[in-house]
Design a protein around this ligand. Structure first.
Ligand code: ATP
Ligand code: MG
Length: 276
């Protein structure tokens, strides 16, 4: 039966993004729990564009590694609400900052495989996420990892037009997003997601954002210089050879040298752990 927003009871706030507020909600009749992302009608146009983009992508996606959308509500007031599957352990970012601490290699191989499967689905459907980072990866108590937050994603049509525009969190953006002439040989937007995946896994292993010393607040200009002119970050000697190789395949500065999702799924780092 069709659900209406009146069937839902707000239980608590799960998070605030620039995109609005996400609530934990309960369906009054079935008792099922969901996450509800609410964006107000009077919010600014950029934000509303992002919600519409997110809605358009969530309507098209159906993958166990992409957060599921169970409904979209649009009120006459202009308020928009997106009903999402509830991921009860929150984001990988919050897990990292909580008592959970840093991630072991077997855990990261599992995370990497799940995110790659999600990206394989998205890239196969011509969708580029463009804002992959620990705070946009959701986890539940089955240790399922799902890609979320499609506010700045791009559906590729015939052209590569706005791919170079500055969207997403700049810190996780690949060198060719800043400087396509130098690092973008045959620039394709998909490779940008691979760079972000490499940085994300590295951060989960190290416990801090790889381009900055622990605890340091990002300074935009320094960070952009490090990304474009510095060596790509890499794992310490203490990490296994196979993990270091995997990260290297993701963090090639030249986007054409970076492995694709399909290639990475065959990498020994992914293949040595139990498939999920
Ligand atoms: P940001 O700009 O910080 O990335 P955003 O406005 O794009 O935020 P989301 O990333 O979609 O919004 O969600 C904001 C927060 O709400 C997340 O960081 C997470 O803590 C929580 N959240 C979002 N979706 C879910 C979900 N399906 N299940 C559980 N928690 C969620
Ligand atoms: Mg987010």
């Amino acid at each position: 039966a069709a659900m209406s927003s009146g069937d839902l009871e707000k239980l608590q706030v799960l998070g605030h993004g620039n995109g609005g507020t996400v609530y934990k909600v309960r369906h009054k009749r079935t008792d099922d729990v969901y996450a509800l992302k609410v964006v107000h009608g009077d919010s600014d146009p950029t934000l509303r564009r992002q919600v519409f983009r997110e809605m358009e992508i969530l309507r098209r996606t159906d993958s166990p590694h992409v957060v599921r959308c169970h409904g979209i509500f649009e009120k006459p007031s202009g308020d928009i609400a997106i009903l999402l599957e509830y991921m009860n352990l929150g984001t990988l970012d919050s897990l990292l900052k909580s008592s959970h601490g840093t991630f072991s290699e077997p855990k990261l191989a599992d995370v990497a495989r799940q995110v790659l499967n999600g990206l394989n689905y998205l890239h196969g459907h011509k969708i580029i996420h463009r804002d992959l980072k620990p705070s946009n990866l959701l986890v539940n108590d089955k240790m399922e990892v799902k890609i979320a937050d499609f506010g700045v994603s791009k559906i590729m049509c015939r052209t590569l037009d706005a791919c170079n525009s500055y969207v997403g969190t700049c810190a996780y953006m690949s060198p060719e997003r800043f400087d396509p002439d130098t690092y973008g040989g045959n620039y394709n937007g998909y490779a940008g997601d691979i760079w972000s995946l490499g940085l994300t896994l590295l951060e989960l292993y190290l416990g801090h954002f790889p381009f900055l010393p622990p605890g340091q607040r990002p300074d935009w200009a320094t960070l952009m210089c490090a990304i474009c002119f510095g060596e790509p970050p890499s794992l310490p000697e203490s990490a296994s050879e196979v993990f270091r190789s995997f990260i290297q395949c993701c963090l090639q500065k030249e986007s054409g040298q970076r492995w694709t999702v399909a290639q990475l799924l065959t990498h020994p780092f992914i293949r040595t752990t139990d498939p999920r």
